[in-house]
Design a protein around this ligand. Structure first.
Ligand code: HEC
Ligand code: HEC
Ligand code: HEC
Ligand code: HEC
Ligand code: HEC
Length: 166
């Protein structure tokens, strides 16, 4: 029971820098990105009780914005799940094989909630299962409602004939 619970879980008493080896994953393979407080063994920053093994997994409510409060109001137009503090729908709290501690790479990170056939047809990538959504969109928000990274020919629909580009 005890070892089952601890399987793949880092030792909270391990020296900083050694947690990565606790996952039982070989050193070879894709890089693993560690969340700083996790790598620093600062488990108590998020977990209610790091001594009681059964309480260990309990995480305080709204924990992410205690340190990342600025993320909620980063852009004039915020993405719903970010503004609602649903950080864990896109991010892991400990470590990830994907940069920025994302749960999945693009497009899966987005297609968790957005189905390709529902996206506007004007953008060819909206019909491609291999599209890198993050090459055009920010995950958190933007200056416009489409959360576009840049306003260029690549990310902006061509203006209608005779209409000035925005
Ligand atoms: C940045 C906040 C944060 C830090 C730091 C952190 N955790 Fe977690 N931990 C979480 C969250 C969030 C979950 C998922 C809880 C859930 O799904 O309800 C979790 C889950 C767990 C679980 C449950 C099993 C699992 O992996 O889902 C264990 C055990 C655990 N953490 C141990 C640790 C230990 C040991 C450390 C320190 C090395 C640590 N955590 C550091 C936020 C954190
Ligand atoms: C105790 C403070 C603390 C808490 C709580 C915390 N973080 Fe962090 N987080 C950090 C620090 C420190 C960094 C590293 C910042 C840097 O290097 O500039 C970081 C970095 C990140 C990054 C960027 C990683 C990258 O490589 O780009 C993400 C994403 C992130 N945190 C998500 C979360 C999520 C999701 C939660 C809630 C589960 C959370 N954080 C809770 C302190 C915290
Ligand atoms: C809809 C998915 C999604 C949600 C929800 C989300 N993020 Fe992110 N986050 C991303 C993506 C994607 C990136 C990578 C940068 C980018 O493309 O915008 C990122 C990057 C980050 C970074 C590193 C870059 C930076 O801006 O400093 C931090 C820290 C972070 N997120 C924290 C959070 C916190 C805290 C929450 C909850 C309030 C949250 N995220 C909710 C998708 C999300
Ligand atoms: C957890 C569910 C969830 C995930 C994951 C998610 N979204 Fe969203 N997204 C929403 C919801 C809900 C809305 C509607 C509320 C709003 O406009 O913010 C939305 C709205 C949007 C909008 C604005 C639509 C409009 O016409 O105003 C864009 C653009 C968008 N998402 C892009 C993305 C991208 C890119 C990703 C991947 C990084 C992503 N979303 C991941 C839930 C999600
Ligand atoms: C080549 C750049 C590009 C890529 C890649 C891209 N988008 Fe878009 N996206 C746009 C543009 C431009 C708009 C604005 C379209 C409009 O105003 O008609 C948009 C609009 C959206 C919207 C708002 C609603 C809509 O359909 O207009 C959502 C949601 C969205 N994209 C999600 C995604 C997701 C999810 C992915 C990955 C599967 C993705 N986008 C990939 C450029 C892109």
């Amino acid at each position: 029971m005890l070892s089952f619970f601890l399987d793949g879980v880092p030792d909270p008493d391990a020296k900083p820098g050694t947690v990565q080896a606790r996952g039982g994953k070989p050193a070879a393979g894709p890089p693993t990105y560690l969340h700083k407080p996790y790598a620093d063994n600062n488990c108590g920053a998020c977990h209610e009780n790091t001594n009681d093994i059964f309480a260990r997994a309990k995480v305080r409510q709204g924990i992410c914005v205690e340190c990342h409060g600025a993320a909620l109001v980063e852009y004039p137009q915020m993405h719903g799940p970010v503004a609602s503090g649903l950080c864990s729908s896109c991010h892991t709290a400990h470590l990830s094989q994907t940069p920025h501690l994302l749960r999945y790479a693009s497009p899966r990170i987005c297609t968790q909630c957005h189905e390709l056939p529902t996206l506007s047809e004007g953008v060819a990538e909206h019909r491609s299962a291999a599209a890198d959504c993050l090459s055009c969109h920010s995950g958190h928000g933007g200056v416009d409602r489409k959360f576009l990274l840049v306003h260029s020919a690549a990310t902006t629909r061509p203006a209608a004939e005779g209409q000035a580009p925005q």
